[in-house]
Design a protein around this ligand. Structure first.
Ligand code: NOJ
Length: 560
């Protein structure tokens, strides 16, 4: 099945709980999504990715699933889901589901059975081990979210493995029955008509035999033994061969701690295991590996990483382009400037989505939602935030500083309710929202930006249209200019005689821009501009703070 259409689409991510409340209980739901389908369509996106909307005890807000073939009652039911799917399809919008199969919830029927006894038929669905002598755990692995990675179960006097929270036991993918279950889950949704999956931490599903001790780290000790485990290629190929290849769908795999080398392995060729990967390298341009270890933003670091992925994957694999999702703080507050919110929002969008790859836009990104500050730890709800606070306190960091770091780095910054209007609760809900609305909703909201042709929202619309209308922006190669500059991100894309020049300032001051050799801006067509006026000089232009422009050149008949 040729599914190469995934290269031409762009995707809008919905984290349902905070998207739009349609039934007045303060929690976003599928009724709210239904109301907003025309809005989503108006952005120019072609697909929706739903973060998990299945039944879940919410230990990790949906990423702990207790039933893979139903809908969380807080969000609706299968009937409303089918309606959303149908209405989305009517509008030519595809729908992909989050497939979370590295782990389940501990409240999943399989786990409840599995914990009962060692000879239960579901025992081998999970990873159970005896403790070591002296009451020690089976190995030294630490989880990503909650201290050690093993939880003791007195019923059978053994421990189960959980790479994430205690309530997220890891499935044993080495068990062929588990892989059959995964394939059945996929078929269930694909047969209903969904168009693919975003596969959660999919590269973690195979663990090294013998589960050896790992290199000690503050979190996730042992990761080297499962970040790309021994059978990962085999299992992903099996899923593709037995299911994915039989449907007109696509899969994007989340793959933390993987490199561009891995991306080529996973995403190239006819029999590729994943169509694209959600990688993380470019999300650490203002931190050291994880968001919490904050550093000043370095445009050079961002360019180095992004440029590398662009080159390596060209004509081999495919990139998933993103700078926001439900796991990271808002990008304007990180790589841009809250003072130059609209300007930097435009520059960031241009810089990212004019590259080669499939754009993924996270709810609220299109209006430039920013980080929000909580004045007490009591307001937070997320297991990862609590873990960060615990780890920071271990290093004797004072409480006030911990709160400051968390306010800047927590993924809950991305989970505040979407700001639809300047009205009550930002138009998100009539009832008290489940999580505090960012107080800046009176300035930043969809309703206000709809009316302003120069708003970020309307810029996103123009940008996606320009991308769709110009194959050079989809299939073109990537050449970077001024790579040493810490204030300018400039690159060109070339394809079949057409060239696009993408110019993005990351400076708070005016910036003199000299046209790179081989281009004359007077000969190009300005197809996208962040400002209504874009004056030129003989050799280039003077860019206003965070200005962004895209010029298109047609060399088809010039032989260049
Ligand atoms: C990655 C998801 O994006 C994140 O939100 C979740 O907490 C972990 N995987 C565990 O499922």
């Amino acid at each position: 099945m040729d599914n190469s259409w995934f290269k031409e689409i762009s995707v809008y991510q919905i984290w349902c709980r905070s998207f739009k409340d349609g039934n007045g209980d303060g929690i976003g739901d599928l009724y709210g999504v239904l109301e907003k389908l025309d809005y989503i369509k108006s952005l120019g996106v072609d697909a929706i990715w739903f973060s998990p909307i299945y039944p879940s005890p919410n230990a990790d807000y949906g990423y702990d699933i207790s039933d893979y073939t139903d809908i969380n009652k807080e969000f609706g039911d299968l009937d409303i889901f089918k309606k959303v799917l149908n209405e989305a399809h009517k509008r030519d919008i595809k729908v992909i589901m989050d497939l979370v199969v590295n782990h389940t919830s501990d409240e999943h029927r399989w786990f409840k059975e599995s914990s009962r006894s060692k000879d239960n038929p579901y025992r081998d669905y999970y990873i159970w081990r005896k403790g070591r002598t002296g009451g020690r755990r089976p190995n030294n692995w630490l989880s990503v979210f909650e201290g050690n990675a093993w939880e003791y179960s007195p019923e059978t006097d053994e421990y189960y493995l959980h790479i994430f929270a205690k309530k997220q036991p890891d499935l044993n993918m080495d068990n062929p029955k588990v892989r059959e279950e995964v394939k059945n889950i996929m078929r269930f949704w694909l047969d209903m008509g969904v168009d693919g999956f975003r596969e959660d931490v999919i590269t973690f599903i195979s663990k090294k035999e013998g589960l050896p001790n790992g290199f000690p780290l503050p979190v996730a000790t042992g990761i080297e033994h499962y970040r790309k485990g021994p059978h990962i290629h085999e299992y992903l190929r099996e899923f593709r061969r037995d299911v994915i290849n039989k449907y007109d769908c696509f899969v994007v795999g989340e793959s933390p701690m993987t490199s561009w080398r891995d991306a080529v392995e996973f995403t190239s060729g006819e029999d590729r295991e994943l169509d694209m990967m959600i990688s993380f390298d470019h999300m650490s341009a203002d931190c050291f590996i994880v968001d919490t270890l904050v550093l000043p933003f370095s445009l050079r670091k961002l360019k180095r990483v992004m440029g590398h992925w662009q080159h390596i994957l060209h004509e081999k694999g495919w990139n998933a382009l993103y700078i926001e999702n439900h796991d990271h703080p808002r990008i304007i507050s990180r790589y841009g400037s809250e003072k130059y919110r609209t300007e930097s929002g435009k520059s960031l969008a241009t810089m990212c989505f004019m590259q080669s790859g499939t754009p993924f836009i996270y709810q609220g990104q299109e209006i430039g939602m920013t980080n929000s500050s909580q004045d007490s730890m009591m307001n937070f709800k997320d297991v990862q935030t609590f873990n960060t606070s615990r780890v920071l306190k271990q290093f004797h960091i004072p409480e006030k500083t911990v709160l400051k770091i968390i306010n800047r780095t927590s993924r809950e910054n991305a989970r505040t309710p979407v700001q639809w209007s300047a009205g009550k609760n930002a138009g998100f809900s009539d009832a008290e929202p489940w999580f505090p609305v960012n107080p800046n909703y009176t300035d930043i909201n969809v309703e206000a930006q709809e009316k302003d042709p120069q708003s970020l929202l309307n810029y996103y619309r123009r940008l996606l249209k320009v991308r769709k209308e110009n194959p050079v922006l989809i299939y073109g190669d990537f050449t970077e200019y001024y790579h040493l500059s810490g204030r300018l991100f400039c690159y060109s894309r070339s394809y079949k005689g057409k060239r696009a020049l993408v110019i993005c300032s990351f400076s708070k001051r005016e910036l003199r821009f000299k046209t790179p050799k081989g281009f004359d801006l007077h000969e190009g067509e300005l197809v996208l501009s962040s400002l209504p006026e874009a004056p030129l000089t003989t050799s280039g232009c003077v860019l206003k703070p965070y200005e962004a422009r895209v010029y298109l050149f047609d060399f088809t008949n010039t032989g260049k």
